[in-house]
Design a protein around this ligand. Structure first.
Ligand code: PEP
Length: 256
């Protein structure tokens, strides 16, 4: 059975002082929720602080990006060697990185392989833009992102996939649970072709894009959807705790 995950992507929000307050506001309630992996991905500058604050809790940490080289003259970049002392997960290939910072599948593939070789768990984001969905090309785009992003990645690798349709991120227009479940089923079938059917069944695939306390129950009620990557709503402590609790309630039934 796949353990569900709810991950909060804080994006470029929160100064270290704000991050401290945010985590302390959600910590008591969040720590108590069982049956779901809880993950916070703050900006790099707050990882160390959150590592200390989350010591001896059930909440895990992730970074939002990294470079693939281990060290060197790469001004402004953060390496896997640095991250592995601070967190367990790293989001890679987020659409904001692809479209605002020009990251391509080849770079993302290098980052995935580098993260894995340093025992970081990558969360590989894939998803189509609106015009690609409207022109019937969503599956082709996602399939290309998966084949390229996972090129030369071993079948046994511990990795999480997030399906994040670009048109749903930060827009308030989430995919319907059927759209999300159908696409995640397609992603799982594609993973079966890249690796094998058994491995594909073990991989956790999340939905991301305008997830809120209002729509999470319907989304995670779909057996294909193993949790969510949450942006905006992860910055609202009560709502994030509610999202995590609802996911635990729905998915908990299938774990027992
Ligand atoms: C995200 O940042 O990955 C995301 C899904 O954002 P939002 O929930 O705000 O749409």
């Amino acid at each position: 059975m796949r353990m569900p995950i709810i991950a909060g992507n804080w994006k470029m929000y929160t100064t270290p002082a704000e991050a401290r307050k945010l985590v302390l506001d959600m910590l008591p309630a969040l720590d108590k929720v069982e049956g779901v992996d809880k993950l916070l991905c703050p900006p790099f500058v707050s990882l160390l602080l959150l590592k200390e604050l989350l010591k001896d809790t059930s909440i895990r940490l992730g970074a939002q990006n990294m470079y693939f080289e281990v060290k060197g003259a790469y001004t402004g970049e953060i390496s896997p060697l640095m991250l592995v002392e601070l967190c367990h997960f790293v989001i890679l290939g987020h659409s904001e990185r692809r479209w605002y910072f020009g990251e391509n599948d080849r770079l993302i593939n290098n980052k995935i392989k580098s993260a894995l070789s340093h025992k970081l768990i990558p969360i590989l984001c894939v998803g189509e833009r609106l015009r690609e969905r409207e022109s019937g090309r969503a599956q082709e785009v996602i399939s290309n992102q998966l084949y390229a992003g996972l090129s030369d990645v071993a079948t046994s690798s511990e990795i999480v996939i997030a399906y994040e349709p670009v048109w749903a991120i930060g827009t308030g227009k989430a995919a319907t649970s059927k759209q999300a479940a159908d696409t995640i089923k397609f992603i799982r079938d594609t993973l079966a072709s890249i690796w094998d059917g058994r491995r594909a069944q073990e991989i956790r695939i999340l939905y991301g894009g305008s997830v809120t306390g209002e729509n999470i129950t319907e989304l995670v009620s779909q057996s294909e959807i193993d949790g969510a990557l949450v942006g905006g709503a992860s910055l609202r402590p009560e709502e994030f705790v509610s999202i995590v609790s609802q996911a635990a309630k729905i998915k908990g039934k299938s774990i027992i």
